[in-house]
Design a protein around this ligand. Structure first.
Ligand SMILES: [Zn+2]
Length: 372
């Protein structure tokens, strides 16, 4: 199986011409639709590259079945040449992107500015070296704009076969950040460890209230005609920075946890079972009558978490499957569970009792034993 991971690198703005990259992106967009437009004032080799390699790229992973959020369809596909430490070379000799592992640099030929023989050099990211050490190769690259800033996307590819799982299962139940992501390590039908993890909800709450307070101040100022004042814009900035800080906190946690869980699965050679029914969590938050903007924050970056978990599982050859692991149905007799104080779930039929976030783990055990 081929696995892929992608890294985004911000390119030095000073050395890049945004208009030029924009034009290349527009040509790529046309190439998508099957048009070859030869523009006289753009480097011929780049245009040859675009139309020549595009056909090879189109069916490949870069524009493949799994769209990555920032890989907008107009990013310019580029081939790469890899020069390894021992001097051996792989890839396209005339590639616009040269990864030089002897000097630890990446050279970009003529894709940053419309100047003959323009070369922009950037340091080799550690991420690339790590992926190569893991047996990956950087066959593909793309250049494009994100929020009007130039970026290079590098895609590592690795041939990997998922291992045959041991008697361990790592079950992951994706919840809102209010209660955290629940995971349980199961061995031969028994729950070994179980935990819920997430960012500090206290910090998120504090930042949220600070942001809302500041927005109220801005509203007041606007009503009395000071909406455009220095003070209003300062307070508005403060509110905005708090919203984005919350978003960053959940994003970092999402990446951290995905990495941690995949490493845990690797360590035990476990089968990774993922329940990403986030709708159930959303419903629970709605039932608690939380404001919609709070719910949005508590649900932010969960999709990213699942995507990263899947990407890393593929990359490291961790066998995984998506499965529905209910938290409101009794895993013993199938009756509906009733929620008591402190989110403890109780079955009125058979007496089963467990914390709500632990119920999915029992389901993972049950489904696995049923399969056997
Ligand atoms: Zn029951």
């Amino acid at each position: 199986m081929r696995a892929h991971r992608t890294l985004l690198i911000r390119l030095p703005s000073k050395e890049c011409n945004v208009d030029y990259i924009n034009r290349l992106m527009a040509l790529t967009n046309l190439a998508y639709r099957g048009y070859e437009v030869w523009v006289p004032d753009l480097p011929k080799n780049i245009q040859h590259h675009l139309y020549g390699s595009f056909k090879n790229f189109k069916g490949s992973l870069v524009f493949g079945t799994k769209p990555k959020r920032w890989l907008a369809e107009t990013w310019v596909p580029l081939t790469t040449l890899r020069i390894y430490q021992d001097g051996s070379r792989k890839g396209d000799g005339s590639a616009p992107v040269v990864l030089d592992f002897r000097n630890n640099i990446i050279k970009l030929h003529q894709v940053c500015r419309n100047e003959p023989r323009c070369v922009v050099t950037i340091p080799m990211p550690k991420w690339v070296v790590d992926r190569i050490k893991e047996g990956g190769d950087i066959k593909f690259a793309m250049i494009g704009l994100k929020d009007d800033e130039p970026y290079l996307a590098l895609t590592a590819e690795r041939e990997v076969e998922p291992y045959a799982p041991s008697d361990y299962i790592l079950a992951v139940d994706v919840n809102s950040w209010r209660y955290g992501i629940a995971w349980g390590l199961i061995r031969s039908g028994r729950l070994v460890t179980w935990r819920t993890e997430g960012p500090s909800t206290f910090l998120i709450k504090t930042l949220y209230h600070q942001a809302v307070d500041r927005e109220r101040v801005v509203g007041k100022l606007r009503r009395v005609g000071y909406g455009d004042s220095m003070k209003a814009s300062r307070v508005r900035e403060q509110a905005k920075s708090r919203w984005s800080r919350i978003y960053r906190i959940t994003r970092d946690k999402a990446y951290f946890l995905a990495n941690k869980l995949v490493r845990k699965a690797l360590k035990y050679k476990a089968l990774l079972v993922i329940d990403d029914m986030t709708e159930e969590s959303r419903k629970e938050l709605l039932e608690e009558k939380l404001p919609s903007d709070v719910i949005k924050l508590l649900m932010s970056n969960l999709k990213r978490f699942v995507h990263q978990l899947e990407t890393l599982a593929q990359w490291y050859g961790v066998p995984y499957e998506f499965r529905r692991l209910p938290s409101t149905v009794c895993p013993v007799c199938g009756s509906k569970l009733v929620q008591e104080d402190d989110r403890v779930m109780v079955c009125g039929n058979c007496g089963f009792k467990a914390p709500r976030d632990m119920v999915p783990m029992y389901w993972a055990i049950k489904l696995n034993s049923l399969e056997k």
